[in-house]
Design a protein around this ligand. Structure first.
Ligand code: TMP
Length: 220
Protein backbone atom coordinates (compact mmCIF):
# COMPACT_ATOMS: atom_id res chain seq x y z
CA UNK A 1 0.00 0.00 0.00
CA UNK A 2 1.09 3.55 -0.74
CA UNK A 3 0.67 5.87 2.24
CA UNK A 4 1.29 9.58 1.66
CA UNK A 5 1.87 12.42 4.11
CA UNK A 6 0.88 15.94 3.18
CA UNK A 7 0.91 19.39 4.74
CA UNK A 8 2.21 22.93 4.41
CA UNK A 9 5.84 23.88 5.13
CA UNK A 10 6.79 23.16 8.73
CA UNK A 11 3.99 20.63 9.32
CA UNK A 12 6.61 18.13 10.54
CA UNK A 13 6.07 15.49 7.86
CA UNK A 14 9.67 14.47 7.37
CA UNK A 15 10.30 13.30 10.92
CA UNK A 16 6.83 11.70 11.09
CA UNK A 17 7.54 9.68 7.93
CA UNK A 18 10.49 7.98 9.62
CA UNK A 19 8.59 7.37 12.87
CA UNK A 20 5.69 5.87 10.91
CA UNK A 21 8.05 3.53 9.05
CA UNK A 22 9.58 2.32 12.32
CA UNK A 23 6.07 1.57 13.57
CA UNK A 24 5.14 -0.40 10.43
CA UNK A 25 8.40 -2.40 10.54
CA UNK A 26 7.94 -3.15 14.23
CA UNK A 27 4.56 -4.65 13.33
CA UNK A 28 6.36 -7.01 10.96
CA UNK A 29 5.68 -5.39 7.59
CA UNK A 30 8.44 -4.46 5.12
CA UNK A 31 8.37 -0.72 4.51
CA UNK A 32 10.30 1.94 2.63
CA UNK A 33 10.18 5.71 2.96
CA UNK A 34 10.51 8.09 0.09
CA UNK A 35 9.65 11.67 -0.87
CA UNK A 36 8.77 14.09 -3.62
CA UNK A 37 10.42 15.82 -5.25
CA UNK A 38 13.88 14.25 -5.37
CA UNK A 39 13.77 10.50 -4.72
CA UNK A 40 15.63 9.50 -7.90
CA UNK A 41 18.82 10.75 -9.58
CA UNK A 42 16.85 12.74 -12.12
CA UNK A 43 14.43 13.78 -9.38
CA UNK A 44 17.27 15.27 -7.32
CA UNK A 45 18.26 17.45 -10.25
CA UNK A 46 14.65 18.50 -10.78
CA UNK A 47 14.33 19.21 -7.03
CA UNK A 48 17.30 21.58 -7.16
CA UNK A 49 15.55 23.63 -9.85
CA UNK A 50 12.12 23.55 -8.22
CA UNK A 51 13.24 24.65 -4.75
CA UNK A 52 15.88 27.18 -5.83
CA UNK A 53 14.82 30.73 -4.87
CA UNK A 54 16.66 31.91 -7.99
CA UNK A 55 13.89 30.20 -10.00
CA UNK A 56 11.15 32.42 -8.54
CA UNK A 57 8.69 33.51 -11.20
CA UNK A 58 8.71 30.18 -13.06
CA UNK A 59 5.53 29.70 -15.10
CA UNK A 60 3.12 27.62 -12.95
CA UNK A 61 2.56 25.19 -15.82
CA UNK A 62 6.31 24.66 -16.21
CA UNK A 63 6.44 24.07 -12.45
CA UNK A 64 3.59 21.57 -12.76
CA UNK A 65 5.37 19.65 -15.52
CA UNK A 66 8.61 19.48 -13.54
CA UNK A 67 6.77 18.01 -10.54
CA UNK A 68 5.10 15.52 -12.88
CA UNK A 69 8.43 14.57 -14.45
CA UNK A 70 9.83 13.94 -10.98
CA UNK A 71 6.74 11.85 -10.12
CA UNK A 72 6.91 9.69 -13.23
CA UNK A 73 10.53 8.74 -12.47
CA UNK A 74 9.64 8.20 -8.83
CA UNK A 75 6.62 5.98 -9.50
CA UNK A 76 8.37 3.93 -12.17
CA UNK A 77 11.70 3.45 -10.40
CA UNK A 78 10.80 3.46 -6.71
CA UNK A 79 7.11 3.25 -5.81
CA UNK A 80 5.79 0.61 -8.22
CA UNK A 81 8.75 -1.78 -7.75
CA UNK A 82 8.43 -1.55 -3.95
CA UNK A 83 4.66 -2.16 -4.06
CA UNK A 84 5.27 -5.11 -6.39
CA UNK A 85 7.64 -6.56 -3.74
CA UNK A 86 4.79 -6.30 -1.23
CA UNK A 87 6.37 -3.42 0.69
CA UNK A 88 4.46 -0.63 2.34
CA UNK A 89 5.59 2.69 0.82
CA UNK A 90 5.40 5.80 3.00
CA UNK A 91 5.88 8.89 0.88
CA UNK A 92 6.46 12.49 1.94
CA UNK A 93 4.14 14.31 -0.54
CA UNK A 94 2.48 13.06 -3.71
CA UNK A 95 -0.20 14.20 -6.18
CA UNK A 96 -2.24 16.04 -3.54
CA UNK A 97 0.72 18.41 -3.12
CA UNK A 98 0.43 19.26 -6.81
CA UNK A 99 -3.31 19.89 -6.46
CA UNK A 100 -2.74 22.08 -3.37
CA UNK A 101 0.37 24.02 -4.48
CA UNK A 102 0.14 24.27 -8.27
CA UNK A 103 -3.68 24.01 -8.28
CA UNK A 104 -5.19 25.79 -5.27
CA UNK A 105 -2.27 28.16 -4.59
CA UNK A 106 -0.87 28.94 -8.06
CA UNK A 107 -4.20 28.74 -9.85
CA UNK A 108 -3.47 25.99 -12.39
CA UNK A 109 -6.75 24.33 -13.38
CA UNK A 110 -7.29 21.27 -11.17
CA UNK A 111 -8.85 19.42 -14.08
CA UNK A 112 -5.68 19.93 -16.15
CA UNK A 113 -3.59 18.56 -13.27
CA UNK A 114 -5.88 15.53 -12.91
CA UNK A 115 -5.88 14.85 -16.65
CA UNK A 116 -2.10 15.13 -17.00
CA UNK A 117 -1.59 12.90 -13.97
CA UNK A 118 -4.01 10.30 -15.32
CA UNK A 119 -2.42 10.47 -18.75
CA UNK A 120 1.09 9.64 -17.56
CA UNK A 121 0.40 7.67 -14.36
CA UNK A 122 -3.18 6.39 -14.50
CA UNK A 123 -5.77 7.35 -11.92
CA UNK A 124 -4.78 5.21 -8.94
CA UNK A 125 -4.43 7.01 -5.65
CA UNK A 126 -2.70 6.23 -2.34
CA UNK A 127 -4.48 3.81 0.02
CA UNK A 128 -4.16 6.38 2.80
CA UNK A 129 -3.27 10.06 2.77
CA UNK A 130 -2.55 11.76 6.07
CA UNK A 131 -2.85 15.53 6.11
CA UNK A 132 -0.86 17.00 8.99
CA UNK A 133 -2.67 20.29 9.41
CA UNK A 134 -1.18 23.34 11.12
CA UNK A 135 -1.82 27.09 11.01
CA UNK A 136 0.31 28.89 8.42
CA UNK A 137 2.05 31.15 10.95
CA UNK A 138 3.14 28.15 13.01
CA UNK A 139 4.35 26.20 9.97
CA UNK A 140 6.34 29.05 8.45
CA UNK A 141 7.91 29.86 11.79
CA UNK A 142 9.03 26.24 12.18
CA UNK A 143 10.23 26.09 8.58
CA UNK A 144 12.44 29.18 8.92
CA UNK A 145 13.83 27.96 12.24
CA UNK A 146 14.89 24.78 10.44
CA UNK A 147 16.75 26.94 7.92
CA UNK A 148 18.36 28.97 10.73
CA UNK A 149 19.49 25.75 12.44
CA UNK A 150 21.06 24.57 9.18
CA UNK A 151 18.62 21.64 8.85
CA UNK A 152 17.36 22.96 5.54
CA UNK A 153 19.52 24.63 2.93
CA UNK A 154 18.73 28.24 1.96
CA UNK A 155 19.05 26.92 -1.61
CA UNK A 156 15.75 25.04 -1.03
CA UNK A 157 13.57 27.91 0.18
CA UNK A 158 11.67 29.02 -2.94
CA UNK A 159 8.33 28.01 -1.40
CA UNK A 160 9.13 29.22 2.12
CA UNK A 161 9.64 32.65 0.54
CA UNK A 162 6.09 32.75 -0.81
CA UNK A 163 3.78 35.06 1.14
CA UNK A 164 1.27 33.99 3.80
CA UNK A 165 -1.68 34.20 1.42
CA UNK A 166 -0.01 31.63 -0.80
CA UNK A 167 0.47 29.23 2.10
CA UNK A 168 -3.08 29.90 3.27
CA UNK A 169 -4.35 28.83 -0.16
CA UNK A 170 -2.20 25.67 0.05
CA UNK A 171 -3.64 24.83 3.47
CA UNK A 172 -7.20 25.51 2.32
CA UNK A 173 -6.61 23.48 -0.83
CA UNK A 174 -5.48 20.49 1.23
CA UNK A 175 -8.47 20.78 3.55
CA UNK A 176 -10.82 20.82 0.55
CA UNK A 177 -9.14 17.77 -0.97
CA UNK A 178 -9.53 15.96 2.35
CA UNK A 179 -13.19 16.94 2.59
CA UNK A 180 -13.80 15.63 -0.92
CA UNK A 181 -12.26 12.22 -0.22
CA UNK A 182 -12.86 11.45 3.46
CA UNK A 183 -12.35 7.71 2.94
CA UNK A 184 -8.78 8.21 1.72
CA UNK A 185 -7.75 11.16 3.89
CA UNK A 186 -7.10 11.38 7.59
CA UNK A 187 -6.52 14.87 9.04
CA UNK A 188 -4.21 15.10 12.03
CA UNK A 189 -3.67 18.23 14.12
CA UNK A 190 0.05 18.96 13.70
CA UNK A 191 0.11 21.82 16.17
CA UNK A 192 1.04 19.50 19.04
CA UNK A 193 4.09 17.70 20.39
CA UNK A 194 5.64 15.32 17.81
CA UNK A 195 4.87 12.31 20.03
CA UNK A 196 1.15 13.08 20.02
CA UNK A 197 1.12 13.54 16.26
CA UNK A 198 3.01 10.25 15.86
CA UNK A 199 0.45 8.40 17.97
CA UNK A 200 -2.45 9.59 15.81
CA UNK A 201 -0.48 8.75 12.69
CA UNK A 202 0.19 5.23 13.97
CA UNK A 203 -3.50 4.77 14.73
CA UNK A 204 -4.46 5.83 11.19
CA UNK A 205 -1.88 3.52 9.62
CA UNK A 206 -2.74 0.61 11.92
CA UNK A 207 -6.38 0.96 10.99
CA UNK A 208 -5.69 0.99 7.24
CA UNK A 209 -3.13 -1.83 7.29
CA UNK A 210 -4.93 -3.86 9.98
CA UNK A 211 -1.90 -3.73 12.29
CA UNK A 212 -2.12 -4.06 16.06
CA UNK A 213 -1.53 -0.85 17.98
CA UNK A 214 1.16 -0.97 20.69
CA UNK A 215 -0.39 -1.37 24.13
CA UNK A 216 -0.06 2.03 25.77
CA UNK A 217 -1.99 1.15 28.87
CA UNK A 218 -4.52 3.58 30.28
CA UNK A 219 -7.98 3.11 28.89
CA UNK A 220 -7.56 -0.46 27.66
P1 TMP B 1 9.82 19.51 1.02
O1 TMP B 1 10.70 18.43 0.50
O2 TMP B 1 10.40 20.24 2.16
O3 TMP B 1 8.43 19.02 1.27
O4 TMP B 1 9.73 20.59 -0.15
C1 TMP B 1 9.07 20.34 -1.33
C2 TMP B 1 8.40 21.62 -1.79
O5 TMP B 1 7.78 21.40 -3.07
C3 TMP B 1 7.30 22.07 -0.86
O6 TMP B 1 7.37 23.47 -0.72
C4 TMP B 1 6.03 21.73 -1.60
C5 TMP B 1 6.43 21.77 -3.04
N1 TMP B 1 5.68 20.84 -3.88
C6 TMP B 1 4.82 21.36 -4.87
O7 TMP B 1 4.67 22.56 -4.99
N2 TMP B 1 4.17 20.47 -5.69
C7 TMP B 1 4.32 19.12 -5.60
O8 TMP B 1 3.72 18.36 -6.38
C8 TMP B 1 5.23 18.60 -4.58
C9 TMP B 1 5.44 17.12 -4.48
C10 TMP B 1 5.88 19.50 -3.75
Amino acid sequence: MLITLEGIEGAGKSSQVEAAARFVRAAGRACITTREPGATDLGQRIRRILLDPACAGMDPRAELLLYLADRVEHVQRVIRPALARGQVVICDRYVDATLAYQGAARGVDADLIERLHALVLGDWRPGLTVLIDIPVAVGLDRAWRAVDRGERSPAETRFEKENRDFHQRVRQGYLELAAREPARFCIIDGNRAPGEVARDLQAAIADRLHLPLPDRGGNG
